[in-house]
Design a protein around this ligand. Structure first.
Ligand code: 6R9
Length: 640
């Protein structure tokens, strides 16, 4: 995927300078780039000092055995202490940590003092169950406060958590419990989704392995559950514990969590993150990229805790910064399609972090819905999970942000632990669709097949050229796979698996996974660009593009689109629109109109499944989809 002239993204000329007021008081200004460039390790050491350490480190980075990094060597700290206790000690006990909103409309307001009590009780409960330092705990919960409490309790006692998305099947859950050899599973009877209680406990019952000694069950929906010898109710065990618990400092490299990413083939990879470096970067980037003013902002990250974004920017980043967050249990269309905007109005949300897939869904539902609510509190808008196409960026900025709030498009991965490439809202001039530059202290580049940096104006492979504090330390139980998957394509470079382009100013535009690049009649065409062109048409809400094997052209472009507005979509007109935007070579051979697209929990399109459809095959594994019923509605719409 190199020097293709083809690009509609780079023809995007709209520019949005940072708001003057924000720039004048920004947490991080232009000088941070120079500071980090001058002394990268010194820069990160200073950021690590934002945390409270029980014992100072003796070395910032040990990179003597790449790619296995050690950051803040010899240092000791406790993540839960940093996220909770120290804020209470600093007099912030009455500050709200979470405004939690259940889907049925029940609410809970949890202050930092409340959170400290809950986390201490849960930590004591873990001890009573024989769970402590070095053990693994699987967490399979809906979006309820106990999810954050459970993660923090594990962090507090030094147990490594593995959060599994509540939509995953018993097989997917079992594979993860097995791989981590979890001793405890924390779950709930169920959670609310689209207005109905949806059970979780039966899935856990099917997924248990021999290593699991106990299942700790939160009562959320009150639905009937089967009860076994290993089961313990959260309210029976946790509520009667003491709220006193001393958080012991842990080594900076102590394993904090494992998070599984599915990968394209084979068994899921357990990405391991550790303590000091992870929290340093999750905390600092949250404060820097959202320009967090902890005493006045109300921050809302809509990500599920089963996604890395939920770990770093719903739990660890915001709590370490003493932020006030909104946490919402349910779906955006329950009980009505304005639910999110109603919450923004109700809590006066000032910083919103969500995914392009959600933004495009709201675009499809129409401008009238957000317009009904007062969203003047919003001042920074974030995007994560996939490339944000220019139309969605501009819509987000205008319809949600009232044309005032800058959009920060943040590129990162489960493996990077925290944000890596993003604008800074008080510094960077926004370009719709561009993630712009590596953050201060992060080194990235775009290279060709031979690892040579490409010139401005061309594309290639996105690589990270220097270690960073929140980098994955290994794949749990499989260090060879860690080396092979991420570090072996070119010597000394981390290859993220993504393609990117540099524009004439050297700013970065993400192109999605390189596996998703199509080869049509000898031309490299990125699925992202064709999707972006399709979504640029007023009748298209969402698009997913795949290359289907074709006897003539090698691969032929097949596009799946969701219509925007009423009436039939003229497919020929869409094909002509893509040809006019990108050139005739990028014109899809087939366009199929579908009601939904298969997506993961983080909104990523599962192209493999669409490829099965486009190539007329039996549809493969669909267990990692956020909602498995979408396949039925797609098949029905296509008459399959
Ligand atoms: C945080 C997260 C990682 C993959 C990554 C890339 C895509 C994420 C993006 C983006 C373009 C952005 N991705 N953010 N692509 N622009 N702002 O999503 O982690 O679930 O591990 O996915 O997501 O392809 O490689 P994860």
């Amino acid at each position: 995927m190199t020097q293709e002239a083809l690009s509609n993204l780079l023809r995007e000329h709209r520019r949005f300078p940072p708001p003057a007021e924000l720039a004048a008081h920004a947490n991080v200004g232009e000088s941070a780039y120079a500071e980090a460039a001058e002394d990268r390790l010194g820069f990160w050491a200073t950021r690590a000092e934002r945390l409270t350490w029980a014992k100072p480190w003796t070395q910032v980075l040990d990179w003597s055995n790449p790619p296995f990094a050690k950051w803040f060597v010899g240092g000791e700290l406790n993540v839960a202490y940093n996220c909770v206790d120290r804020h209470v000690e600093a007099g912030l006990g009455d500050r709200v940590a979470f405004y939690w909103e259940g889907e049925p409309g029940d609410t809970r307001t949890i202050t930092y003092a409340d959170l400290k009590d809950e986390v201490c009780k849960a930590a004591n409960a873990l001890a009573e169950l024989g769970v402590g330092k070095g053990d693994r705990v699987a967490i399979y919960l809906p979006m309820i406060p106990e999810a954050a409490v459970a993660m923090l309790a594990c962090a507090r006692v030094g147990a490594t958590h593995s959060v599994v998305f509540g939509g995953f099947s018993a097989d997917a859950l079992r594979a993860r419990i097995e791989d981590a050899q979890a001793k405890l599973v924390i779950t709930a009877d169920g959670g609310y989704r689209r207005g109905v209680p949806s059970a979780l406990k039966p899935t856990v019952d099917k997924a248990l392995t021999d290593t699991v000694e106990h299942v700790l069950v939160v009562r959320r929906t009150g639905q009937d559950v089967e009860w076994g010898g290993r089961d313990v109710w959260w309210h029976d065990l946790v509520d009667r514990q003491s709220a006193e618990h001393v958080a012991r400092p842990l080594d900076a490299e102590h394993p904090l969590f494992i998070l599984y990413t599915s990968g394209t083939t084979g068994k899921p990879k357990g990405i391991l993150h550790t303590t000091g470096g992870y929290l340093t970067q999750a905390s600092f980037t949250h404060w820097e990229v959202f320009d967090l003013k902890a005493d006045t902002d109300v921050y809302w990250c809509t990500a599920d805790i089963g996604w890395v974004t939920g770990h770093s920017y719903l739990v660890y980043g915001p709590l370490s910064n003493a932020a006030t967050s909104v946490m919402y249990e349910g779906t955006p269309d329950t009980p009505h399609r304005g639910r999110w905007w109603e919450l923004v109005e109700k809590y006066r949300v000032s910083v919103l972090y969500t995914a392009p897939t959600a933004i495009r869904t709201f675009m499809k539902w129409g401008d009238a819905i957000p317009a009904e609510f007062d969203m003047t509190s919003l001042r920074v808008l974030g995007s994560v999970g996939e490339p944000i196409n220019p139309e969605a960026y501009v819509w987000y900025r205008e319809r949600i942000g009232g044309g005032r709030a800058p959009v920060v498009d943040t590129w990162w991965q489960t493996e990077t632990g925290a944000m890596m490439i993003s604008p800074l809202p008080g510094v960077t001039e926004g370009k719709p669709g561009a993630a712009m530059r590596p953050l201060p202290g992060v080194s990235a580049d775009v290279v060709d097949e031979e690892a040579n940096p490409v010139a401005d104006g061309s594309g290639g492979f996105l690589v990270l050229t220097e270690p960073w504090p929140s980098m994955a330390r290994t794949i749990w139980g499989d260090p060879d796979r860690f080396v092979k998957t991420y570090w072996s394509r070119w010597d000394g470079l981390y290859f993220a698996g993504d393609g990117a382009k540099k524009d004439e100013d050297g700013d970065l535009w993400m192109l999605g996974r390189v596996d998703d690049v199509m080869l049509v009649s000898g031309h490299n065409i990125s699925t992202t660009e064709v999707e972006s062109a399709l979504v640029g048409h007023p009748r298209v809400a969402e698009a997913a593009v795949v290359g289907a094997t074709d006897p003539v052209t090698g691969q032929a472009i097949a596009a799946f689109v969701i219509a925007r507005g009423e009436g039939d979509v003229d497919v020929e007109e869409l094909r002509a629109h893509v040809a006019a935007t990108l050139g005739p070579i990028a014109k899809p051979k087939r366009i199929l109109v579908v009601p939904e697209l298969p997506k993961t929990r983080s909104g990523k399109i599962v192209r493999r499944i669409l490829q099965d459809i486009a190539e007329g095959r039996e549809i493969g594994d669909a267990t990692t989809l956020a909602d498995t019923t979408v396949m039925d509605s797609i098949k029905k719409a296509l008459g399959l």
